[in-house]
Design a protein around this ligand. Structure first.
Ligand code: ZN
Ligand code: FE
Length: 268
């Protein structure tokens, strides 16, 4: 478990929350939000490490937030529900057992036990009902946006994913980005192949290597950093357009560029 941050100065309503990264499986993070003795977890693919952290810290689990139906994000619902009876939010459009509050996107939900209000964003592409959760300036985006990358298009179209990523990129620059996987270094190798001369990517490669050498998550990142280094948020940049055109894009249309870059990433 890694203690991530206690936001210092913030006008947002989530500043009282402490956020912990609970590593799971090979490279998943289950994010735990804590206020006093109450906790909320995002995407508990595995119940065991969550139960361990809750027990060690003497916390009660008030709610679970699910971004999408893949097992590494929701496989722990039943075991956690049996122990703690949390409310369980997630995409109603996907087949997920145990949701008590199915969502569409567009809602605002109040989590009184941790005194937080959360905006629910619809971000289809990786899956067709994928949701993201925005709590003050903290964005929990599952497998839609990764550090320097984005999720694979398992169910959605390039149009949907490009539009979902654009809606996230429109959030304030200081938005903290909490992704569900530690893929940053792998993604940066690809980002550098797309834009070898981008100094922000070069710097992030060095920073991520140093962070991982200390055994610390590279997340959260910030939206400003993603916009400077993430090729999937840079589909209008001339260097990215040129790289996409060398990998099959026939025009400079941002969706065409996105689709070509995403296809290249799949083979990379
Ligand atoms: Zn997934
Ligand atoms: Fe995943």
């Amino acid at each position: 478990m890694t203690k991530i941050s206690a936001t210092t100065k913030s006008e947002h309503n989530s500043e009282h929350l402490e956020v912990l990264a609970i590593p799971a499986f090979r490279d998943n993070y289950i994010w735990l939000l804590r206020h006093g003795q109450m906790a909320v977890v995002v995407d508990p693919g595995d119940a065991e490490p969550v139960k361990q952290v809750l027990a060690e810290a003497g916390l009660s689990l008030a709610a679970i937030l699910i971004t999408h139906h893949h097992a590494d994000h929701q496989g722990g619902i039943a075991a956690l529900a049996a122990c703690y009876q949390p409310v369980v939010y997630g995409p109603g459009a996907e087949s997920i057992t145990g949701l008590t509050h199915p969502l569409q996107g567009g809602e605002t939900i109040e989590l009184a036990p941790i005194s937080a209000s959360i905006r629910v964003l619809s971000v289809p592409g990786h899956t067709r009902g994928h949701l993201a959760y925005l709590m003050g300036n903290r964005l929990f985006c599952g497998d839609t946006l990764f550090g320097a990358g984005c999720g694979r298009l398992f169910e959605g179209t390039p149009e949907q994913m490009a539009s979902s990523l654009q809606s996230l990129a429109a959030l304030p620059e200081d938005t903290e980005v909490y992704c569900a996987h530690e893929y940053t270094e792998m993604n940066l190798r690809f980002a550098l192949a797309v834009e070898p001369d981008n100094p922000a990517i070069q710097q992030r490669v060095a920073d991520a290597a140093a962070t991982r050498a200390r055994g610390v998550p590279t997340l959260p990142s910030t939206m400003a950093l993603e916009k400077a280094t993430n090729p999937f948020l840079r589909c209008a940049e001339p260097a990215v357009v040129a790289a996409a055109q060398a990998h099959g894009a026939k025009t400079n249309d941002p969706v065409v560029v996105f689709a070509a870059i995403r296809g290249w990433r799949n083979e990379f």
